[in-house]
Write a protein that binds this ligand. Structure first.
Ligand SMILES: [Ca+2]
Ligand SMILES: [Ca+2]
Length: 242
């Protein structure tokens, strides 16, 4: 299981990948890793990839295993670190044409433990069965399904990315949704209603369930159905806007 830690180096609500140019290139490829940098040298932010038995052919990473990735600023301080990865090269990583967002999805395709900082973070985990913890701060936890989300203190947004919702049999559990706190404690559910419609909302034992159909459910653990309402607990319209 990959271990992903976000650090508090960037201002509130800035998604870490926004710190990087859209096109980057790999330099210094060796058996044990490579760096990903801005081809124009315009940004000092860079990404370091570590692994073993890495091999390259025609400008692509074709063999080996990626075990650790660090997203760094110009002073080599980490925006986020990814350890305990076990990612096999799939031949699709083009060393001369790297989109950090696409690459991040590849790095997080497995099941991951994602941890935020004590500041406000935007946390994502993409594929796999993930555990995401926001800790302190007003965090945005973005789930692609089959995840367990814990916001921690603060007013958190639990966001469900519409591009993943079309898949079946995805269930999410939110362990600490605060539907009654109000003010600084209030948490929110976010999703794009235009994309996936309005869920059926019902009580299940001591939980409240949002049922989007196609076996896609979000369970708000320990939330009384009577405390949850679309008007007060849904966040619209934009995911990164607290
Ligand atoms: Ca993942
Ligand atoms: Ca946080």
């Amino acid at each position: 299981m990959g271990k992903i830690s976000f650090k508090a180096l960037i201002p509130d609500d800035t998604y870490v990948l926004q710190e990087y140019p859209e096109l980057m290139v790999a330099t210094n490829p060796t058996k044990t890793g490579f760096d990903i940098v801005d081809p124009d040298g315009g940004y000092l932010n860079h990404i370091q990839v570590h692994g073993h038995d890495l091999a390259y052919k025609n400008g692509f990473l074709v063999k080996g295993t990626i075990t650790r990735v660090e997203f760094l600023d110009g002073d080599d301080l980490p925006y986020l670190t990814m350890t305990k990865l076990n990612i096999k090269a799939d031949g699709n990583l083009d060393l001369a044409n790297i989109n950090p967002t696409t690459q991040f999805e590849f790095f997080t395709a497995g099941s991951d433990m994602v941890t935020g900082s004590t500041e406000s973070d935007t946390l994502v985990a993409f594929g796999g069965t993930n555990t995401i913890k926001g800790l302190d701060g007003d965090d945005t936890l973005v789930s692609s399904g089959r995840d367990t989300l814990t916001g921690g203190l603060g007013s958190d947004i639990f966001a469900f990315a519409p591009q993943y919702v079309i898949a079946n049999n995805r269930s999410v559990r939110v362990t600490d949704f605060d539907a009654v706190g109000g003010g600084a404690d209030q948490d929110y559910v976010y999703f794009d209603q235009a994309e996936i419609g309005t869920p059926r909302i019902y009580a299940d034992h001591r939980n409240t369930v949002l049922d989007f159909g196609q076996n896609y459910t979000v369970t708000l653990v320990g939330v009384d159905r009577g405390d949850f309402s679309v008007a007060e607990d849904f966040k619209t319209p934009w995911i990164f806007d607290h």
